[in-house]
Design a protein around this ligand. Structure first.
Ligand SMILES: N[C@@H](CCC(=O)OP(=O)(O)O)C(=O)O
Length: 404
């Protein structure tokens, strides 16, 4: 047990609810009692513990389906977008009706990936959320489904919630869902599936967990696999991630305070869950040393999309890019490229010597057709070959990010 963990410190907590928690999967009627429990929990977390709360709420499409009397979620994008336009207003009105019983102000934030592709816009979204929290408001975030495009959608709100949590440096991300915790397999299909309560390092459990049997609900999108992606994103940017059952949102207080007390004693923590002293959940511990990880790095890695475009380097170049006094990416270090892209685009960097392993992402100063011509060359040849010179680097140091 850590003596230094202050369990009374105000925290920032992101709570994500999937569509299947907010509407009945069959009838699509609102699950008002569950929404009320969430609202009461948020009010208690704010007023008794001084925590700051952001909700990431799915359900726009599910509510739209009911309103328009449509049984099945259609596959066509324009239809889904139209349904979301009908449902989102009603969804936020439902939240507002419940929160106003406690005189709690909420705000609606609808974002698309497009909105955060630009660094200034990313910072603006971040500042707006922080300002709302300072104003004592509960922001309710969803993807702006009505104008998202297929190629660059968040798609599932697990990923969106992890990006939101990282944007505001949240302490905890709660993914509330229809199971108590992560299992080694889908417990509805495999009775031998074992619960996993504490994850210190995500890569350690990936071989033991099979999430392929657990698709999302008929009204939602994500399943357990998108929750693992979200856990990876949030823990690598300094946020603990919890999977627990949406039916008992009040468990959030106990989980937060128990983990605050026992986070340094994993065995005791698991034992307490097994004994029923702490409600069942899975907690993915954040990476401890996040001092090196900057918000801009997170934005490059997870805010930007590389659309499959790649630059391949070798071991030597990887070492130069990732050592302490990191270098920029010079044309001489590039072995080959894949895809068509322009200057200013985001491109993945892969190591050709390690089976094309992912190294990081960068924003390039030259487009693919120009890099094709200058790859492998010293930078003083750039002007001679291209007829112009923008930078000695294909990507400047500040525009390259590596996962921690
Ligand atoms: N943005 C969509 C939700 C996306 C989605 O289905 O997410 P989830 O229910 O968490 O799998 C909506 O409001 O309907």
């Amino acid at each position: 047990m850590s003596a230094t963990n202050d369990t009374t410190k105000p925290l920032t907590i992101v709570i994500k609810l999937g569509s299947s928690s907010l509407v009945d999967e069959k009838t699509k009627e609102p699950r008002l009692s569950l929404m009320s429990k969430i609202v009461e929990t948020c009010i208690k977390l704010k007023r008794e513990f001084n925590h700051k709360i952001i909700i990431v709420s799915s359900g726009g499409i599910a509510v739209g389906l009911k309103t328009l009397n449509i049984d099945q979620k259609p596959k066509e994008m324009p239809k889904k977008q139209a349904i979301a336009a009908v449902g989102q207003g009603k969804l936020i009105a439902r939240w507002d009706n419940l929160f106003k019983q406690f005189s709690q102000i909420i705000a609606q934030i609808l974002i698309t990936r497009n909105d955060i592709l630009n660094w200034t816009q990313f910072k603006n979204a971040q500042n707006t959320m922080l300002e709302l929290l300072n104003m004592n408001v509960i922001p309710i975030v969803n993807e702006n489904d009505t104008i998202s495009t297929q190629e660059i959608k968040f798609g599932d709100n697990d990923t969106l919630s992890a990006i939101t949590a990282s944007m505001i440096n949240a302490d905890y991300l709660f993914l509330l869902t229809d199971v108590d915790c992560l299992y080694t397999d889908n417990p509805r299909v495999n009775p031998d599936a074992k619960p996993v309560y504490l994850v210190e390092e995500l890569s350690d459990i990936l071989g033991q967990v099979d999430v392929s049997n657990g698709a999302g609900s008929s009204v939602g999108t994500g399943g357990m696999s998108t929750k693992l992606i979200a856990a990876n994103l949030s823990t690598s940017s300094g946020t603990h991630c919890v999977i627990t059952n949406a039916e008992n949102p009040e468990n959030i207080y106990e989980i937060v305070s128990s983990f605050g007390k026992l986070s340094d004693n994993g065995a005791k923590y698991i034992e307490s869950i097994n004994k029923g002293e702490i409600p069942r959940h899975t907690i993915f511990k954040k990476h401890e040393d996040m001092s090196q990880f900057k918000s801009r790095d997170f934005w490059i890695l997870h805010g930007l999309v590389s659309l499959g475009n790649k630059i391949f380097i070798d071991n030597g170049c990887k070492e130069a890019l990732t050592r302490k006094n990191k270098a920029g990416l010079l044309p001489v270090g590039i072995k080959k490229i894949e895809g068509t892209f322009h200057d200013g685009d985001c491109v993945e960097i892969c190591n050709i010597d390690r089976d094309n392993e992912f190294v990081g992402k960068c924003i390039v100063n030259y487009g693919s057709s120009d890099i094709e011509k200058i790859k492998g060359l010293q930078s003083d040849k750039i002007e001679e070959v291209l007829g112009f010179f923008d930078s000695e680097y294909v990507a400047e140091r500040g525009n390259i990010a590596f996962p921690v």
